[in-house]
Design a protein around this ligand. Structure first.
Ligand code: SF4
Length: 963
């Protein structure tokens, strides 16, 4: 007789459902957390949520195992062994907070710069940045400098916004979607939903990426470009489109600065600047009158060619004329660039033809009248259905900023930004650089016991905004906003530890970090950084970084190097604001923000880091964190989210404001605000009016909407900046003009790299090493199932990726006689690692790559020392140095983009050789095994969760009852 399995068609899943926001990656999807017997039973996607519309990925559903991870810290810790040994004792919160206060208070009284406060992928930068400002230190940044600042800054300086959190493809109307260098985990659920729409409609997807995995695996066409040459490919496409006349002249004339007149006066201080009227308004040439006129003049019919004489000398020509001169040369001919790019000339031409066809033969029209900022009425919205998405793959190079700008120029030439079918901004973007704050931190902006005279991070508009001393010296510990990296809008976190240890430009007394695994996967030169963190002064024996405070929820590798550990909660135990003041979650048609709240209470002695920060701020008496009596102004982070106002009526959350909770955007604090969010599924959103949805930078209705919502205080219409005058200002300084000039050793580099029109130059590391000695490129990316270092401690996600092989092409495998599971040595100018290989088809022949942050140090994250992550997993970071190889003059440049300081992770050049047959099958290097830092015993060998709720458990219970 066949025994039928018992199927429960209506299982009792949960006693209660609480809605909050996922934090298993940066997408911030809405989730429904099912609770049963006081524990988390199940997580599902929130169907009403604007970000994910019910979709939940593997990471999101594995949040249960993140929440119950054996690696969770359980109480504040004080180091008792040598730094790096991982030996701690548990202390009370009072002791921990008093210790931190005792360390920080004297710094604030003497020199606030001696605190360096840096955070990783935290989602509360509106708070952490403000806290640093109130403390008075300019030494603050989050992870952007080592992630994708080139993409963000390239976007802001060109378009007034960038991809992902700043904007998205017009998924419903686009006909051709091109992905440039996007990692698998990137923009996870939103992009998957969008790709699903494209595939359903039969729209075309093209991937430009050295590796054809993830989203590239479902592309209709794949361009396996050589790393670091994306910019060259893009400029070749620009050339082909311009030669064929396949550019949108009307769009360029109306919405970009292509018609603005640029002065040509070689050798003079105004060369390359815009010709302006007495009010400073850039001028254009009127093709009807032949005279100049302000670009804001609605009546003018702009010319894209021609010239005018400039009073005092020289001429001025439209920026478009300079574009034609720059790009219609054989330097960018497909035949010229093909050998470097690794794509045949015919395929480059094909890609240009595909772009032209989609843009100009498939025009999209929305029958929606609108009015532009000059008052001109338009009957309809007309667009070109080509959209793009790009991220770290093209930006994490020393030429990444210019590459990102080149990509945006390509979009603009096609007329496909903020037009139907193209790329669209998500509020509060668009927001051009002049609407952002400028960074503060110059000597006159820092003083003891005084807040910094502005935000530590911002957008510079010329040399006069640099954070340098009178002698031109860097003033921030990471040397951001100095001549080393003038436009480093996200800071340079990868330089903090090495600069602090070197005391260059000055030492720090306390390094305070949050969620930044700098002693492992977040650093270049990982071994070197571990040594720096333990380096002592030979005379005093004191650590070169005297105090290190670290906050994290888990016992990561970095915890071992802290003197004081402030244990954070998991994302299900905390308040958070997914704020418009920070990294938004809006859609192109709607404004949205969200919260997290404690859907379960902590069962350990841990506290939400942001609450701890506010507590510390109050103990230090930081302005804005104490009331008139010196008492803490905020009870905790939840209280701050509701009651903090950045300016009157503007707070962390835009929804349910005002006394009655009915106000949106602007409004007085509402004591019931968090309850209103919770009742609404933990988010708020409001639609953008139909006439305001496209052409946002030029759309009068959108500009008005943005003012009402509090994004700006007055309308800020602007033109897209293909020609970036700000870059030319730095070049002029390098040529010897102005009061602020770079040091001599940087002049040539600035003149070469800071071109006001997007350009391409070879990645620095490739130019600094011998091509024959290091013939291969090496890359990393995150897999879909993991998020930074968190994923590979998660019992469910580890089953998807237990270790990370080095993927190599079939051609390389044949050349080196390698097959799956063989071991190789990979060598760079800086180091050597031994790793296992896997052979694959879809990879550029001269490129090898692996997953990042799966390799773990033995013992860290409460993993077994024999875990595959430690034995077979590895980091590519050991091969990458934060400095480039020495040059002939003995100087070493930072391994960064010279404009933004973005860490050039993907410039890495290597060689490979097969490991000897008798070598151990273990990755190398290995380091001392860390103890179980959270004080917990080893977890069970097999972690199970939820068996008590299964029918198997019920059967066991039934049998037990009968026995
Ligand atoms: S995409 Fe990211 S935020 Fe969304 S469910 Fe997955 S892990 Fe969570």
């Amino acid at each position: 007789m066949t025994v039928q399995p018992k199927v429960d068609t209506a299982p009792h899943v949960s006693d209660e459902v609480r809605q909050t926001t996922c934090y298993m990656c940066a997408c911030r999807c809405g989730i429904n957390v099912h609770l049963r017997d006081g524990k988390i039973r199940y997580i599902e996607g929130n169907r009403d949520h604007p970000v994910n519309q019910g979709v939940l990925c593997a990471k999101g559903s594995a949040g249960i195992m993140q929440h119950y991870s054996p690696a969770r810290l359980r109480a504040p810790l004080r180091r008792v062994g040598p730094r790096g040994s991982g030996q701690f004792e548990e202390i009370s919160w009072e002791e921990a907070l008093q210790t931190a206060t005792d360390w920080l208070a004297p710094i604030r009284k003497s020199d606030p710069r001696r605190l360096a406060f840096f955070t990783g992928r935290d989602q509360s930068q509106a708070l952490t940045g403000w806290w640093a400002q109130q403390f008075g230190t300019p030494n603050f940044a989050a992870h952007g400098g080592f992630c994708s600042v080139n993409m963000a800054a390239g976007g802001i300086y060109t378009l007034g916004g960038a991809f992902w959190e700043f904007g998205s493809p017009d998924w419903d109307l686009t006909e051709l979607f091109i992905l440039f260098g996007v990692a698998e985990d990137h923009d996870s659920n939103p992009i998957k939903i969008g790709l699903g729409k494209l595939k359903t409609r039969g729209a075309r997807v093209i991937s430009v990426n050295p590796v054809q995995t993830g989203y590239a695996a479902i592309s209709d066409d794949w361009y396996g470009v050589t790393p670091g040459t994306d910019g060259l490919l893009i400029l070749s496409l620009v050339r082909e489109l311009m030669r064929a006349g396949k550019v949108d002249i009307d769009y360029l004339s109306r919405y970009t600065n292509a018609p603005w007149l640029v002065i040509r006066n070689p050798g003079k201080a105004n060369d390359g600047l815009f010709l302006r009227d007495d009010d400073g308004t850039p001028l254009v040439l009127d093709r009807v009158t032949g005279k100049t006129a302000p670009h804001s003049d609605a009546a003018v019919r702009v010319a894209l060619q021609g010239e005018v004489k400039v009073k005092g000398g020289g001429i001025a020509v439209p920026a478009f004329t300079l574009m034609a001169e720059a790009y219609l040369t054989d330097d960018y001919a497909p035949e010229t660039v093909a050998p470097k790019v690794g794509i045949t000339a015919a395929r480059i031409r094909q890609l240009a033809a595909d772009l032209a066809r989609a843009a100009f033969e498939k025009e999209v029209v929305i029958e929606q009248p609108w009015t532009d900022w000059k008052g001109e009425k338009h009957d309809r919205m007309v667009g070109r259905p080509v959209s793009m998405h790009a991220m770290r793959g093209i930006s994490a190079h020393s030429n990444g900023f210019q590459t990102c700008r080149a990509l945006h120029m390509l979009q603009l030439l096609l007329g496909s930004v903020e037009a139907p079918g193209g790329f669209r901004f998500k509020p509060p973007y668009p927001k051009p650089p002049h609407v952002h704050p400028k960074p503060a931190g110059r000597p006159d902006q820092v003083a003891p016991e005084t807040p910094l005279a502005g935000a530590p991070l911002g957008y510079v508009l010329g040399p006069e905004d640099l954070i340098i001393g009178d002698d031109g010296s860097p003033q921030r510990i990471d040397k951001s906003y100095s001549w080393d990296a003038p436009m480093s809008a996200h800071g340079m976190m990868h330089m903090v530890i090495s600069n602090a240890v070197a005391g260059d430009p000055y030492p720090v007394d306390v390094l305070f970090m949050y969620m930044a695994n700098m002693a492992w996967n977040s650093s270049m030169n990982t071994r070197g950084v571990m040594e720096m963190l333990t380096e002592t002064d030979p005379e005093t024996g004191a650590y070169k970084i005297p105090r290190l405070i670290y906050s994290d929820a888990y016992s990561s590798e970095m915890v071992a190097y802290a003197d004081l550990v402030l244990p954070d909660t998991t994302y299900l135990e905390r308040h958070d604001a997914i704020s418009l003041l920070d990294r938004p979650i809006c859609e192109a048609d709607a404004v949205a923000d969200a919260i997290r709240w404690p859907v379960v209470e902590p069962d350990r002695d841990v506290r939400c880091f942001q609450s701890v920060l506010l507590d510390l701020g109050a103990r230090l008496g930081l302005p804005g964190m104490v009331d008139e009596d010196g008492k803490p102004k905020y009870e905790d982070y939840g209280d701050y989210i509701v009651n903090h106002e950045r300016k009157p009526g503007i707070g962390p959350l835009a929804g349910f404001r005002g006394a009655d909770g009915a106000a949106e955007g602007r409004g007085a604090p509402n004591a019931e605000q968090l309850d209103a969010y919770i009742a609404n599924g933990a988010f708020w959103h409001t639609e953008i009016p139909a006439e305001a949805r496209y052409f946002k930078p030029a759309n009068a209705a959108y500009q008005q909407f943005a003012v009402e919502m509090g994004f700006y205080d007055a309308p800020q219409p602007y033109a897209f900046q293909i020609y970036a005058e700000v870059l030319q200002k730095f070049r002029l300084a390098a040529e010897g003009h102005g009061d602020q000039q770079p040091p001599d050793h940087l002049r040539k580099r600035i003149q070469t790299c800071f071109t006001p029109l997007p350009s391409w130059y070879p990645p620095f590391e490739g130019s600094a090493v011998d091509d024959e000695a290091y013939p291969l490129h090496a890359l990393t990316q995150r897999p879909m199932a993991m998020y930074h270092s968190w994923g590979s401690q998660n019992a469910w996600l580890r089953q998807i990726h237990g270790h990370n092989p080095m993927f190599i092409s079939q051609a390389l495998a044949a050349e080196h006689d390698l097959t799956d599971g063989d071991w190789i040595w990979v060598t760079s100018h800086h180091g050597r690692i031994r790793v296992p290989v896997a052979v694959m088809a879809g990879v550029n022949d001269r490129t090898i790559w692996t997953w990042n942050a799966i390799g773990k140090r033995k013992g860290a994250w409460q993993l077994d020392p024999e875990a595959p992550e430690a034995k077979k997993g590895f980091l590519l970071n050991h091969l990458i140095h934060e400095l480039l190889p020495p040059k002939g003059d003995g100087m070493r440049w930072s391994n960064s983009d010279p404009i933004t300081g973005q860490a050039a992770w993907f410039d890495l050049r290597v060689q490979i050789e097969k490991a000897a047959a008798d070598e151990p099958a273990e990755s190398w290097p290995q380091f001392d095994t860390l103890p179980r830092m959270n004080g917990e015993d080893a977890p069970e060998a097999t972690l199970r969760y939820g068996i008590e709720w299964t029918s198997r458990a019920q059967d066991t219970a039934d049998k037990g009852d009968k026995s």
